[in-house]
Design a binder for this molecule. Structure first.
Ligand code: SAM
Length: 341
């Protein structure tokens, strides 16, 4: 019997654990519901790119629900919907409402660029989505447009207010910090987040695809940023529920928490607990490696639920020990939105 078969066989449903070859327990799944996005962030989708997945290859909501159910039966407890821009997929609140009812799922969250939140924040909240991460790299309208390839800052700010009104708590701001681009704005972003009670997460650029590699020319080591912030604020180490790989501090005298996501300066592969499901049904086991397993052919050839779970176990066993972003930055040709960031 193959190792994946054994792993699935010896654990009764609901007591299963997805353990990879390096003894890491996989309990977090990121689900990309589209690889498309109307923004063209300088470090993500290249300008003029047209090679998106055909709609016929997108997993349907039935297929996504089936795969997520299989993952939850294997011990996954947290799911994040992402993309591309997940809110551009029609009827997303319907999918969210289906997923929150899956037994074993404790937390459903979404990463979004925020442009459609004014219309969708309340329906998503009502569907049971617990938490939102919103990308925001600049508070300056011109710079925001430049970084995002034409995005409108006012739309995203309005979307953030809609998320607050809808009761999302916390709302986390994801800021990719880039030297010479927006590093001068980190202090403003801290003040903005204190004012609005948002959580701030600073992210180092990763060399994913040609755009990601170009962006690493503007790579900013967040250890330096942390030291600079320490000279201005008291930073108290803290934990945050659903914090994932971010290392959090609280800013003394405020409620603000700042997370540092440092895949390059201080990688966190040893505690990586996640895999990703791309819109075409491919399971990617690492952002910075090619190890993957395609589920769509299985799903569309009438695979049984047990076979599907065995395939997921096999995929998890493919998960490599770590990324090689620093030693082999040329390695990953797919950009972030193709995997599901
Ligand atoms: N559209 C949604 C959003 O804006 O959050 C979800 C998808 S987006 C690909 C998810 C996150 O990946 C965003 O916070 C984005 O800034 C980040 N990202 C994309 N490419 C990146 C790169 N090369 N390095 C670091 N972060 C990247």
């Amino acid at each position: 019997m193959d190792p994946a078969g054994q792993m699935c066989k010896h654990f009764p449903v609901m007591e299963t654990a997805l353990i990879d070859s390096f003894s890491r327990r996989i309990e977090y799944l990121r689900v990309s519901v589209t690889d498309r996005c109307e923004l063209r962030c300088s470090y993500c989708i290249p300008k003029g790119f047209t090679g998106f997945e055909e709609p016929g290859h997108w997993l349907t909501f039935d297929e996504i629900e089936r795969v997520v159910r299989a993952f939850t039966q294997l011990g996954v407890r947290r799911v994040r919907l992402t993309g591309g821009e997940p809110l551009s997929r029609g009827k997303l609140p319907d999918l969210a409402a289906r997923l929150v009812h899956l037994a074993g799922l404790h937390d459903l969250s979404i990463s979004t660029n925020g442009t459609r939140l004014r219309r969708l924040a309340l329906p998503l909240r009502r569907a049971g989505v617990a938490r939102l991460n919103v990308s925001l790299d600049s508070l300056n309208p011109e710079r925001f447009a430049e970084i995002t390839g034409g995005g409108r800052l006012d739309q995203v700010l309005d979307g953030l207010m809609a998320a607050k009104e809808a009761g999302f708590e916390p709302v986390k701001i994801n800021m990719v910090a880039m030297k010479g681009v927006n590093d001068g704005e980190i202090g403003d972003m801290v003040d903005f987040c204190i004012r609005h009670d948002f959580t701030l997460r600073l992210i180092e650029t990763m060399p994913m695809g040609a755009t990601g590699r170009d962006a690493t020319e503007r790579y900013l080591n967040l250890q330096e940023v942390k030291r600079a912030l320490q000279s201005r604020y008291e930073l108290i180490p803290t934990m945050m529920a659903g914090g994932g790989p971010a290392r959090y501090v609280r800013v003394g005298g405020t409620n603000l928490r700042i997370g540092f996501i440092t895949p390059i300066s201080q990688h966190f592969c040893a505690t990586c607990n996640r895999v990703r499901l791309a819109v075409d049904g491919t399971i990617y086991t690492c952002l910075g490696q090619e190890h993957k397993l395609e589920l769509r052919p299985l799903l569309r050839s009438g695979v049984s639920d047990e076979e599907l779970k065995k395939a997921i176990c096999r995929a998890v066993l493919l998960k490599p020990e770590r990324h090689e972003f620093t030693t082999q930055p040329e390695k990953i040709v797919r950009f972030m939105s193709a995997t599901g960031g």
